[in-house]
Write a protein that binds this ligand. Structure first.
Ligand code: SF4
Length: 621
């Protein structure tokens, strides 16, 4: 048995209430390093194509990776997986906090839910035992109330991941929340959990995760905590400000979407100054960290909205940008307020911010009116309108019901003139890094198996020293062509980081050798850096094969013209830039060994990675 794993997968049939525990093969864990790598491999084998992600037959689950809950600094991550209700593709989302560690310490690496419960339930995990319990009294509660109930009922060692009212109402932009604000939000998987009537999973921080070589693990921890403290990569940034420290900088760089991606950041009415971190930290209540993390990148704030004091997680960069420059709003109080509404309801702040900006744009263009909005005037920069509309989305109230399933579906219902205003790729709202500022983002947004994701590679990772070798073009974000090899390498590394239970911020704060060093010391199987890259490639191919079998061709789901600079912006830091996305994607496909017209992994690629059954499936039947 490999170290770092509990060695137990829990299968829960919600229709019958029956549960069983499976012991995974070492080869599965070794070749896919747990997490969403294993999840994609298992679902490819056990879930037929063509299922409705919200139907009882679809599998939805939770994952941890081999580094979750080990001494690997930032080894805190957990996530959810399944077919995405938002995009119909492979779906996964990654969260931080303590929940993943508790899930592993309670005795389970992965949870696979099948079927559908008759009435709301929560899953209780402790000391290797699992029990489905009635959650009727929790249904309808927001995520803060669930967290409070769990702590009061089970004590401080209990951790919970839950959905809020948005997931219960199967909003396709709903996520799963822990600690009142750490979110596994993307892919709309909160809706899949809601469809199964699973309100929460409760687990306990008790015990230790066994590792193969404790001395080597401690030596590696000493080395990489030392790197974090010495300022390697982006560690100083994460330790001093965390991601909201990027808000003002990204406005200055032209990286933040502005007025629903239509104009340059130089048109922010008061520039970047009001959104500096120094303005946010005035409201700081606590600096916080996930389980034993030496970086401690996040925190909580306390402030006042319209005469009422409220406590909230400090908004992360993505939230600040999607609701900030994207709506021409430039005060941290409003941004913390919408963050709080989303966290309570269990909404993805990226998708919700995009939905609010889309509605503002439609209103300006006369495609919706005050008759549709219940009297709300949706004018750029209007803080109250943004807060009110976010509340309406959280409750599926009025036009909020339309927006709660994302901008693609909302545009289809409003009409053809709304379609170009919907900033999504494949149904998922595009996050807050502008490809006109960093063109490789366009490749990843379009080509990753879960489209519209910013955590799967970018030029910013080059700046952090992320790749195995520095590319010839260095840190030059303006370079568009000639990046295929590097984009592949970075995305493969990201897959291993995300799947193994490591926080991407930790990896961006250490040397690239972190991953093979820790995977070897923790699991007892020897990984070289090349092995790590191969594992990442295997994960990318299984996720992509899942989509191929669903009949999805990513080349047929282009990014909106506006995001690609068609036409280019006339002013600002990215003036004149048009992203040559088609050429960059062709380079990427060649590097990946996928067909150039449909992005299907070739038979040769699949067999090289040992995925023979998938090769037979895609090429021999
Ligand atoms: S870097 Fe931040 S998000 Fe990542 S594990 Fe540490 S505290 Fe959590």
């Amino acid at each position: 048995m490999l170290g770092g794993y509990a060695g137990r997968f829990l299968w829960v049939d919600l229709s019958t209430g029956k549960m069983k525990v499976e012991t995974p093969d070492d080869s599965l864990l070794r070749d896919f390093v747990g997490g969403y790598g294993v999840a994609a491999r298992v679902l490819y084998s056990r879930q037929p194509a063509g299922l409705d992600p919200l139907a009882p037959g679809s599998i939805f689950g939770f994952f941890t990776g081999p580094l979750t809950g080990t001494p690997a600094p930032t080894g805190t991550r957990w996530g959810v997986f399944g077919k995405s209700p938002l995009t119909g593709t492979w779906g996964d989302a990654n969260g931080s906090g303590n929940f993943g560690v508790a899930m592993k310490q309670s005795g389970f690496d992965m949870i696979f839910f099948t079927g559908q419960a008759e009435k709301p339930v929560y899953l209780f995990l402790r000391d290797g035992q699992a029990e489905l319990r009635d959650a009727s009294h929790l249904w309808g509660m927001d995520t803060y109330a669930v967290e409070d109930w769990v702590k009061a009922e089970f004590g401080p060692k209990a951790e919970v991941a839950c959905i809020g009212p948005a997931g219960e109402k199967q909003s396709r932009i709903a996520g799963v929340i822990t600690l009142k604000g750490r979110a596994a939000a993307r892919s709309g998987l909160g809706a899949a959990m809601g469809a199964k009537k699973v309100k929460a999973v409760v687990a306990f921080l008790e015990g230790e995760v066994p590792v193969a070589d404790p001395e080597a693990v401690q030596a590696a921890r000493k080395k990489y905590v030392g790197e974090i403290n010495a300022g390697v990569g982006f560690s100083d940034f994460y330790r001093t400000t965390g991601t909201p420290g990027a808000t003002a900088l990204c406005i200055e760089l032209g990286d933040s979407p502005t007025r629903n991606w239509a104009i340059s950041t130089i048109h922010m009415p008061r520039g970047s100054a009001p959104l500096r971190f120094e303005e946010l930290v005035k409201y700081r209540k606590e600096r916080e960290n996930c389980w034993r993390c030496p970086i401690a990148c996040w925190g909580t704030v306390e402030m006042e909205w319209e005469g009422e004091r409220f406590w909230a997680h400090q908004p992360e960069y993505e939230t600040e940008s999607m609701f900030g420059s994207n709506l021409l709003i430039d005060d941290h109080v409003t941004l913390a307020k919408v963050n709080d509404i989303c966290n309570r309801a269990g909404l993805d702040t990226i998708s919700t911010g995009a939905a609010v900006a889309f509605a503002f744009d439609c209103f300006e263009q006369g495609l919706i009116t005050v008759q549709d909005t219940g009297g709300l005037e949706l004018c750029w920069g209007d803080r109250r309108a943004a807060v009110r509309l976010t509340e309406m989305i959280a409750r599926r109230e009025g036009i909020g019901d339309l927006l709660a399933d994302g901008v693609m579906r909302a545009a289809e219902r409003i009409g053809p003139a709304a379609v170009p205003l919907a900033m999504h790729v494949g149904g998922q709202e595009v996050p807050a890094h502008d490809p006109r500022c960093e063109p490789a983002m366009a490749v990843i947004y379009q080509m990753d198996a879960t489209p519209g994701r910013h955590t799967q590679a970018s030029q910013y990772y080059v700046a952090a020293g992320f790749p195995t070798q520095r590319p010839a073009y260095g840190d030059n974000r303006a370079q568009q062509r000639g990046r295929g090899k590097w984009v592949k390498e970075a995305s493969c590394l990201c897959h291993v980081v995300n799947a193994s239970g490591l926080c991407l911020f930790g990896y961006l704060s250490t040397s690239v050798s972190f991953m093979p060093d820790f995977l070897t010391a923790v699991t007892g199987h020897t990984y070289t850096l090349q092995d790590v890259l191969t594992v990442g490639e295997r994960i990318a191919n299984v996720r992509q094969a899942f989509n191929v079998r669903e009949g999805i061709n990513p080349l047929q789901r282009p990014l909106p013209d506006r995001i690609l600079g068609r036409p280019p912006l006339p002013d600002g830091p990215t003036a004149g830039v048009t992203v040559e996305v088609e050429a960059m994607i062709q380079e990427h496909l060649r590097e990946m060994g996928w067909t150039l017209d449909a992005a299907i992994p070739t038979e040769e690629t699949l067999r090289r990675l040992g995925l023979h059954d998938i090769a037979d499936d895609l090429w021999r039947r």
